[in-house]
Design a binder for this molecule. Structure first.
Ligand code: ADP
Ligand code: MG
Length: 732
């Protein structure tokens, strides 16, 4: 019987987990909460129905014009909205309100204010004015601003986003009202994720409507839409709290792959373990109440890995809801004795997590990336599809930079996630159509033929193309594009901002050319055909339908001159290119200063992330791994000693001793090297520090890890102080 080991205690605790008390709205029989989706959906949001019921008609109309058509908000209505919102929130048990915003840390921020204001008589009144609704001033000088705030103003302010409904966050005994807001410096520089996203949606709207006008397609407004598929791991909290690396960095910095990993592929789409299912159902219920339309859930490829996805929504709402989904997953997991890991690569050698970002854009009545039933619709579809191709071809660097961060470096390029090379999967049918566009460019339209393409082709556009290519970083999946490089922990706002902006630019360029030709008297359809032929040829190299993991593709991509940006820093470096400052400022999405501040913040975050990892690795090895190994050596030496007097053959023990001592000696050397690099930092400038992390710390950590992982395989189970991959991934 081994001595009491913290690891075994942990295992026992994880195994012995019992459900917590049911929620008050449980059905009282099974202890499980009821879920009447129709009744609860959106009940914790101040949405349109609530507004209609509570607001004077003209106020409601003004708000709807803002929400649905993007009209500027009439400032005279805000007091009325604030009053109604406050009453609703109080009825829901809220005592406080907060402006809820998304600083460039990638997560959300809030500072709570009480509704209560003391009055002169020593009492208190409940107040919430239009001014408080519209604008806030969080003392937020610690949020990253990439140099923007210091040059202008110390503080930033938050501004109400009326297009995303306010919602109630329930706490034990009291709740609060959260008001989605944008966050900017006093000089008007965006310091958040929401502002540029909204600006990019506006740019796409304007340009797409110009195009629709040429096609004589009526549209009040064009909205970008997003449907993010969130992958994540759930592990028992007992394990989590025994892993300083998970606590500090969200991923395991040491730990070897167990003999059984995901090889058997028995987890993918398997039945969901009971505790996990209960947790996911509660997440879903809470999200429904917040008006988040979660739709699918399933087991993912790796053991302990899952996915949840909502139905798509307009990009701004989807981005807010995505943040709520991550929050809800984290919070709810804890109620089930679990911890939700959103990191891109919590476990080495096991699949990482991404967030496939489904993206499209459409009018109030039609998805513009949906191939249509008529030739007219199809030409319009081909126009927009070509614009996307053109945008991705021209701005591969921006798409890659939008998903660049330390966590994602473990995925991109590893053989499980799309490579760091951006290409587009179109599927065979659509690719053939583009090839014909390319060839047919100069042909005269035949009678009854469609723009020289031949009528049989167009009506056969792949309505819901069955062939999917899981290896492509950017795939057309029937009526939308799926950007697969986005990391699981990431805000979807910036990737979407980039997509909206670059596609707006391509539409702009293409429409401008068409308008000029039509003005010069050319027939629209002829001009369109020529343009599509030209653009299809120019963008051709970005199309790749094959296996993106194959080494041949990497060679081929290089021949095609496509970018291969293998790590965060080379990808971020592209943000310095003049063309990128130009496109963002031309479409009013980010000023050159705002772009520069993003680059600075992202670089700093990279540096800080790896710095923490480097120091945590060193500490973990020094205080947990080496002591365990030394204890083992102590046991071995004691046995060897006694064996001598007992006259037994000690050759086996000697061999083990030599092996363990060898590993310990080498580990100590590598640890010293890591510690020295950790102290070094690489310079004064953020960029120098970041490069030091990439070039010195990451390799030093890898060396330390490989030795520590070998020790894990030889040190006795009862001496090993850390929960193992087997514990974390398989004990549910
Ligand atoms: P898969 O896993 O096969 O990619 P899912 O059904 O899990 O498919 O995810 C598809 C996602 O794409 C969903 O989130 C869905 O809402 C989203 N989606 C569908 N149509 C659009 C659209 N027009 N714009 C944006 N996202 C969309
Ligand atoms: Mg998908």
């Amino acid at each position: 019987m081994p001595k009491a080991s913290p690891r075994f205690d942990t295992l026992a605790a994880a195994k012995g987990w019992t459900p917590v008390a049911s929620k008050p709205n449980g059905d009282g029989v099974t202890g499980r909460p009821t879920m009447d989706v129709e009744k609860i959906f959106g009940e914790n949001t101040f949405g349109l129905a609530e507004m209609r019921a509570r607001l004077p008609k003209p106020v409601f109309k003004a708000l709807v014009a803002t929400i649905e058509q993007g009209m500027e908000l009439d400032p005279t209505v805000t007091d009325a909205v604030a009053l109604a919102m406050k009453e609703w929130a109080l009825e829901k048990g809220a005592t406080h309100f907060t402006h809820w915003f998304q600083p460039l840390t990638g997560v959300t921020a809030e500072k709570h204010d009480s509704f209560i204001t003391p009055n002169q008589g020593g009492g208190a009144v409940i107040e919430f004015s239009g001014k408080e609704l519209v604008q806030g001033e969080p003392d937020a000088s610690s949020f990253p601003s990439g140099g923007l705030r210091t040059t202008f103003e110390a503080r930033g302010y938050t501004a109400w986003d009326p297009t995303s409904p306010a919602f109630i966050v329930e706490g034990e005994g009291s709740s609060y009202l959260a008001i989605p807001t944008a966050y900017a410096s006093w000089a008007g520089h965006a310091l958040d994720q929401k502002t540029p996203l909204l600006r990019s949606m506006q740019a796409l709207d304007v340009q797409a409507r110009r195009a629709l006008k040429l096609f004589k397609t009526p549209a009040k407004r064009v909205l970008a839409t997003l449907g993010p598929e969130q992958e994540f791991f759930l592990i028992d909290q007992e394990f989590y709290f025994r892993r300083p690396d998970l606590i500090a960095t969200g991923r395991t910095l040491i730990g070897g792959k167990p003999p059984k990993g995901q090889e058997l592929e028995d987890h993918y789409f398997g039945s969901i373990a009971e505790r996990v299912l209960a947790c996911m159902i509660e997440v879903e219920r809470e999200l429904y109440r917040l008006g988040v339309p979660v739709k699918t859930r399933h087991n993912e490829v790796a053991p302990g890995q899952y996915e949840m996805a909502p139905v798509f929504e307009n990009a701004n709402l989807a981005a807010d809801h995505q943040q709520l989904m991550m929050l809800e997953l984290r919070n709810t997991a804890r109620k089930y004795g679990l911890v939700c890991l959103l990191h891109e690569k919590p476990f080495a050698g096991i699949n990482g997590s991404g967030k496939h970002l489904n993206w499209s854009f459409g009018t109030e009545s039609a998805n513009l990336l949906e191939p249509g039933a008529t030739p007219h619709d199809n030409m319009q579809f081909l126009f927009f599809c070509t614009a996307v191709l053109r945008a991705v071809e021209k701005h591969q660097d921006l798409l890659r930079a939008a998903i660049a961060h330390a966590g994602n470096d473990h995925r991109l390029g590893a053989n499980e996630a799309p490579p760091a090379i951006i290409s587009v999967f179109l599927g065979q049918e659509l690719t053939e159509i583009f090839e014909q566009l390319e060839k047919g460019g100069r042909a005269t339209p035949k009678d009854g033929g469609l723009l020289g393409l031949g009528s049989p082709v167009l009506p056969q556009l792949p309505l819901h193309s069955g062939d999917r290519n899981r290896t492509s970083p950017f795939a057309f999946t029937g009526n939308k594009f799926e950007f697969r490089g986005v990391g699981s922990s990431q805000s979807i706002s910036f990737p979407a901002t980039v997509l909206n902006t670059i596609v707006a630019e391509s539409i702009d360029v293409m429409v401008t050319e068409l308008e000029a030709k039509v003005d010069a008297g050319q027939q629209f359809e002829l001009a369109l055909r020529d343009l599509l032929a030209k653009e299809a040829t120019a963008s051709k190299r970005i199309i790749f339908n094959g296996n993106n993991y194959a080494p041949e593709w990497h060679a081929e991509a290089e021949k095609r001159g496509l970018l291969n940006l293998p790590n965060t820093l080379v990808a971020l470096d592209k943000l310095k290119d003049a063309k990128n400052a130009e496109i963002f400022s031309k479409y009013g999405v980010l000023s050159p200063e705002e772009l520069a501040s993003r680059l600075e913040i992202s670089t700093e975050q990279y540096f800080k992330t790896i710095n923490i990892e480097g120091e945590t690795t060193a500490e973990l090895v020094r205080t947990m791994v080496l002591p365990a190994a030394v204890r083992y050596l102590n046991d071995l030496l004691a046995v060897a000693d006694r064996a001598k007097t007992a006259d037994v053959d000690v050759s086996g023990i000697r061999a083990i001793l030599d092996n363990v001592t060898g590993l310990v000696n080498r580990l100590v050397v590598k640890l010293d090297e890591l510690v020295a690099q950790n102290e070094e930092l690489g310079g004064e400038e953020v960029e120098d520090k970041a490069h030091h992390m990439l070039e010195k710390i990451v390799p030093a950590m890898t060396e330390v890890r490989s030795l520590a992982d070998r020790l894990e395989k030889v040190v006795p189970d009862d001496l090993w102080p850390l929960p193992t991959y087997r514990d974390m991934l398989f004990v549910k």
